[in-house]
Design a protein around this ligand. Sequence first.
Ligand SMILES: C[S@@+](CC[C@H](N)C(=O)[O-])C[C@H]1O[C@@H](n2cnc3c(N)ncnc32)[C@H](O)[C@@H]1O
Length: 285
Amino acid sequence: MSGASPDAGAPGAAPGAAPATTGRGALAAGERVLLIDPKQRRYLIRLEPGGRFQTHAGILEHDDVIGAPEGCEALARRGDELAARRFLVLRPTLADLVLKMPRGAQVIYPKDLGAILLAADLFPGARVLEAGVGSGALSMAALRAGCVVTGYELREDFAATARSNVAALLGDEARYEVQLRDVYEGIDPGGFDRILLDLPEPWRVVPHAEVALVPGGILCCYLPGINQTAELRAALDKGSFGLAETSEVLRRTWYIEGRSVRPDHRMVAHTGFLTTARRILPRDG
Ligand SMILES: C[S@@+](CC[C@H](N)C(=O)[O-])C[C@H]1O[C@@H](n2cnc3c(N)ncnc32)[C@H](O)[C@@H]1O
């Protein structure tokens, strides 16, 4: 492995490659691991026998990590000399992967993915329709929650990225199918428990969602702008939906060292608005 910037994504994994974040025990060849340097810079690499990760501080041999326990430290060496650079080695979490994986479209940030899991009440075995799938970040969160996901995506390159990112996380076990199609034109009947939308004009999907969702099912839409959100809410009000709710997630981390305790200066504040609504049946008469 050659040198990589802290923000570099890991190479896309071939379907069937060893899944990440679910492993236990010693680190194995084929797994992805996160290397964290003393400045907290993170690098995602896939362990390969004989592989090398090159940094300006030296070379870290993958063979030094393969077979080692998670949470170990690995050294980057320059020549025979031991370089000062130490890396903490951990399996990446889902949030790590979402931020580091190859992207086509902009992903939903982990803070919002966490909120969507509960707002949309994603449960094991839930039949989920998701459009558009983009880079597959929301697909990964839903699949990890145990959902069966059918994705609609307009762009072939994004669909391929999403499939590859999902395969890299879950191997061949993911119950995931992505179809190349426009969700504005309709949704095949499927008795979906949940519909997840991250695309520019979700109000155009509301009439289709009314038919495709089971009664009581949840429509969950993610939108960057409040004007779009207002247009969506108006469409929901006119349709067979109730309990509509819109929120956003502001997550602030804190700096805590000794007696110095304060909010961090920087935070990812506004990313998007989350709107949920439940399909209800029209009243008789
Ligand atoms: C912001 S991205 C979705 C990112 C995704 N939620 C993730 O977390 O990786 C929006 C996606 O919607 C797709 N899209 C836009 N309009 C669409 C439509 N009418 N039908 C299906 N997909 C659509 C785009 O091609 C793009 O991939």
